[in-house]
Design a protein around this ligand. Structure first.
Ligand SMILES: CC(C)(COP(=O)(O)OP(=O)(O)OC[C@H]1O[C@@H](n2cnc3c(N)ncnc32)[C@H](O)[C@@H]1OP(=O)(O)O)[C@@H](O)C(=O)NCCC(=O)NCCS
Length: 185
């Protein structure tokens, strides 16, 4: 699905992850500030395996996580997008997002989440998508709320309590703010 290999938001370019992204992702996975809410640091070997899984996800399903670069500079800023995950005993499609700390607090995670929602509902025609995070990760929960997700409850994921949010296509249709094409800067 070529249309999904590169997407633009007002301030980000989103690229389909590739093997060339290993160094950037390794650096991110060794940053304690980023990984504090993502299960802890990941060694280069673990990141390599993680990346291979996500490349395989793209190959099988035609969508997956993007690598996010700042549009103006091309600098690596973070990663995120849509991927399949089992949570709460169900197969779900999650919107994920993580950024390097120097990019936090500028609304970029919300921007990436909104683009993921747009793709989920207008390209992939998914009926619903979820977002979840540790119950202590207020910044991530706020991103979910700003992107239009609704709180469904708490679930245990990887032995830890998480909040689970969901967005249904039917509910998002009225929320033009969520799926509208964003204007270019
Ligand atoms: C979570 C994360 C992606 C947010 O990225 P970001 O680009 O800073 O997010 P945004 O700027 O789009 O929005 C963050 C919102 O959370 C709010 N926020 C930040 N820290 C907060 C806190 N401790 N408590 C409550 N709200 C908080 C911000 O004020 C902002 O809301 P506002 O626009 O209403 O002021 C980023 O902190 C990150 O990468 N963290 C590490 C990895 C991670 O936890 N990823 C998510 C896993 S589910």
């Amino acid at each position: 699905m070529v249309a999904l290999d590169e997407r633009h938001t007002p301030r980000l370019t989103l690229y389909r992850m590739s093997a060339n992204d290993l160094d950037d992702l390794t650096r991110m996975h060794l940053d304690p500030r980023v990984m504090a809410t993502l299960g802890g640091l990941r060694s280069p070997e673990v990141t390599r395996a993680w990346l291979n899984n996500h490349l395989e996800h793209w190959r099988i399903y035609g969508y997956g996580l993007w690598l996010a670069r700042e549009r103006e500079t091309g600098i690596f800023a973070g990663r995120g997008g849509l991927h399949r995950v089992e949570i709460g005993g169900r197969e779900e499609i999650e919107v994920g997002y993580s950024f390097l700390p120097e990019f936090w607090g500028r609304g970029l995670a919300v921007e990436l989440a909104r683009e993921s929602i747009r793709v989920a509902f207008t390209v992939l025609n998914l009926p619903d998508i979820v977002c979840f995070t540790l119950t202590t990760n207020r910044a991530s929960e706020r991103v979910m709320q700003k992107a239009g997700f609704r709180r469904e409850g708490e679930v245990i994921y990887k032995d830890l309590p998480h909040v689970l949010y969901r967005l249904r296509r039917a509910d998002s249709e009225g929320e033009s703010e969520t799926i509208r094409e964003a204007p270019l800067p």
